[in-house]
Design a binder for this molecule. Structure first.
Ligand SMILES: [Zn+2]
Length: 263
């Protein structure tokens, strides 16, 4: 019987990277954002919401998800298809987690993903060009709700800054009962079929497995590759925040969440 590992937390915090690192263990499979399973089974629905496709490696033509069973509990199906001891779900949000709990056939573990908010919002700003009140407000609300939800539940907090600097995965492994292997950090060595998630993280897999030629990389993929190459490396993005961004974070009480997450 497999153990399902739920990665919970806010977006833009490295969930795809964490999921892939854990999923690179020989006994594990990373499902990616499994909450999209309904859309994947009704392909046309998903095509409308994501041009780049439902598999972060293969796009809209993926041998894994194209043939994935359509009837029954998706985790039971994932167990049949992958036969792994660990199924890693990087969906992140509570509504999906709660829905899974209604009919959860397997034991599970919760890993709460944390990232220094200044680094997280700096990364956001670098890519989107600006930061909005709404984005910060919603993030604070979600994180506060997550803290409350997890208060009485067994979980481990895993910090992005740690695992993206090749630290702390051994502790997460110990918590979920997985045998730690340092080669897990070379996640691109395994041909993952993550359901959606961060496509830049998948760039290294595509390059390594010949699905993408370096000259065909998009601008964002190139930027990412210039930053990290074939490596797992944290680059602090907090420097991209301006004085008014910092005031906005303070106004919405980001410092309280920082303290809750141990920053
Ligand atoms: Zn695929």
């Amino acid at each position: 019987m497999p153990t399902v590992v739920f990665i919970l937390g806010g977006g833009h915090s490295g969930s795809t990277l964490l999921g892939m690192i854990l999923g690179t263990n020989k006994d594990a499979t990373c499902l990616g954002e499994f909450k999209h399973i309904d859309s994947v089974l009704i392909k046309d629905k998903l095509k409308k919401v994501q041009k780049s496709g439902y598999c972060s490696t293969c796009g809209n033509h993926c041998r894994v998800w194209d043939t994935f069973p359509r009837e029954g509990n998706p985790f039971v199906n994932a167990d049949r298809v992958f036969g792994s001891e660990f199924l890693v779900d990087t969906s992140k949000y509570l509504n999906w987690f709660n829905r899974c709990m209604e009919d959860m056939p397997f034991p599970y573990k919760i890993v709460r993903l944390a990232r220094d908010p200044k680094d997280r919002f700096g990364s956001f700003r670098r890519r989107r060009g600006k930061l909005s009140d709404e984005e910060v407000y919603c993030w604070v609300k979600r994180e506060a709700a997550m803290t409350k939800f997890l208060e009485d539940k067994e979980h481990i907090i895993c910090k992005y800054e740690d695992f993206a600097n090749k630290r702390s995965i051994n502790k997460v492994c110990e918590f979920i009962g997985m045998k730690y292997d340092p080669s897990m950090y070379n996640y691109w060595e395994k041909l993952h079929h993550n359901m959606r998630g961060n496509v830049r993280t998948a760039t290294l897999i595509q390059l390594k497995h010949g699905l993408l030629k370096p000259k065909d990389m998009s601008k964002t993929q190139r930027l990412f590759f210039e930053d990290v190459g074939f490596n797992v490396k944290h680059i602090d993005k907090s420097k991209y925040l301006t004085g008014s961004d910092l005031r906005m974070l303070k106004k919405h009480g980001v410092d309280k969440i920082e303290a809750q997450l141990g920053y």
